[in-house]
Ligand binder design. Structure first.
Ligand code: EPZ
Length: 419
């Protein structure tokens, strides 16, 4: 096993490059299997465990896949199975995209129920509602989702909740449905637009991604294409928050500043300086950041995936901050770990009240999930003394080269093996 050992208290200065977006890549790789002709060449793929997991899964289904140096080459003409049942499938949430992709390609999918971060109940009723509306028969038995249809027929689907996963999944299935599918009350996250752009590059006809309504005119087949994944909004936000927390001056490169506006706005409200410049955002911290209130919301609101890193910053900001986590019911598992380091936080259901303290102190803490892990790394960077973060396999699922990127900015983080 490995842990991160962080010698805290060093300001962060300099610049780093942000990788391709995890939550776009883990949808685009399954989407590639819909292509029945040609090869997909996809750049800016982040080097993270979730990507390697999807790589193994689609290889198991018969695709030829090679991912090297952030580029993926996928030949899915050899795809020969609709049955996704490997251990990897159960490990990650994004394997639910195989249902939409396989249903689109073969009109049949059998996929083990996906795992993912323990951040609350993660239903897929809206995905199922969408597939059924397209004409599929869907069953969920013993943790296995089976979906099949003689043919998929376009229709109007109004989602009851705004769901990233359901929007993408139903979009995948509908690309090859007969006629027009209209999806209403959809998610508008940057990775929704990225997946739609990727599908369009393969020959799909999708309009409206990034707005509340997506219209998909079914086509007969998808073909290979060349594509580049967008930069990771959440990774960028994490480094911006770390810069503000450590009293630094950091430029994050290879970003789309528009995707970061809700995060930039909060940092500015707290007293940090945020300067956008083309494809970069520079964050200059101030000594006295003040606490703020945050409510997590679907895009363009403040992202739930940045809530945990942000809560670490609020621990050392002056005054009282209130976080309302409106997306996930159980996304405060990192709070107990922050308290071990001297934070003053009370959680009541989906509300966390944070009273700023002067400093955090190094401690042995745990990454309870992916973004909780990032929150603990930032806590270790701020803290006096040494912090050890265990269970970092969660962090490796979503943050490429985390210790290298922080060390380039002046941090002192070592990855240490232990048994
Ligand atoms: C995606 O999860 C992301 N995961 C999550 O990122 C992210 O937190 C979430 O979107 C919200 O932005 C991936 O992209 C792989 P949802 P997803 O469907 O698609 C409810 C990270 O840290 N809901 O948008 O599973 C659900 O309970 C991860 O990178 C239903 O009720 O999230 C939640 O309250 C963690 N029925 C809300 O909608 C459904 O059928 C939003 O969930 C589906 C969802």
């Amino acid at each position: 096993m490995e842990k991160l050992v962080i010698n805290g208290g060093k300001p962060l200065c300099g610049s780093i490059d942000i990788s391709g977006a995890k939550n776009a890549a883990v949808a685009i790789l399954p989407a590639a299997i819909i292509a029945s002709k040609g090869t997909c060449y996809i750049d800016n793929i982040p080097n993270i465990e979730d990507v390697h997991c999807i790589e193994r899964i689609i290889e198991n289904l018969g695709c030829k896949v090679s991912i090297k140096d952030n580029s993926a080459v996928i030949d899915s003409t050899t795809l020969n199975s609709y049955n996704a049942n490997s251990e990897d499938v159960k490990k990650m949430r994004a394997s639910y995209y195989l249902i939409g992709a396989l249903l689109g390609r073969f009109k049949k999918a059998r996929v083990e129920m996906p795992g993912g971060c323990p951040i609350g109940v993660r239903p897929i009723d809206q995905h199922i509602k969408g597939f059924e509306a397209l004409g599929a028969k869907v069953t969920l038995e013993d943790g296995v989702v089976t979906a099949e249809a003689d043919k998929l027929i376009g229709t109007n689907i109004f989602f009851d909740v705004v769901s990233v996963g359901a929007t993408i999944n139903v979009m995948l299935a509908a690309t090859l449905a007969e006629g027009i599918t209209t999806l209403e009350n959809v998610a508008k996250e940057p990775h929704i637009v990225d997946v739609a752009n990727f599908l369009n590059s393969m020959g799909a006809n999708i309009k409206g991604a990034g707005t509340d309504i997506i219209r998909i005119t079914g086509v007969e087949e998808l073909k290979g294409c060349s594509y580049s994944v967008i930069p990771d909004q959440i990774e960028a936000g994490t480094y911006m928050i770390a810069a503000a927390a450590c009293g630094g001056d950091v430029t994050v490169n290879n970003v789309i500043p528009k995707h970061l506006e809700s995060i930039s706005a909060k940092l500015i409200e707290m007293g940090a300086e945020v300067i956008e410049n083309g494809e970069s955002v520079r964050v200059i911290s101030s000594k006295n950041l003040k606490g703020v209130n945050i409510k997590t919301l679907p895009y363009p609101g403040f992202p739930t995936d940045v809530q945990q890193p942000m809560s670490t910053l609020l621990c050392i900001s002056t005054g009282t901050s209130i976080i309302n986590e409106s997306i996930w019911e159980s996304r405060f598992k990192h709070v107990d770990e922050l308290i071990k380091m001297g934070a003053c936080i009370k959680v009541d259901g989906r509300i966390a009240t944070i009273v700023g303290v002067d400093k955090l102190k190094g401690a042995k803490v745990e990454a309870t999930d992916l973004r909780a892990g990032a929150a603990m790394v930032i806590a270790g960077l701020i803290a006096e003394g040494v912090t050890e973060v265990i269970n970092i396999e969660h962090i490796d699922r979503g943050y490429p080269y985390i210790e290298n990127k922080f060390n380039k900015l002046g941090a002192d983080i070592k990855r240490v093996s232990y048994s």
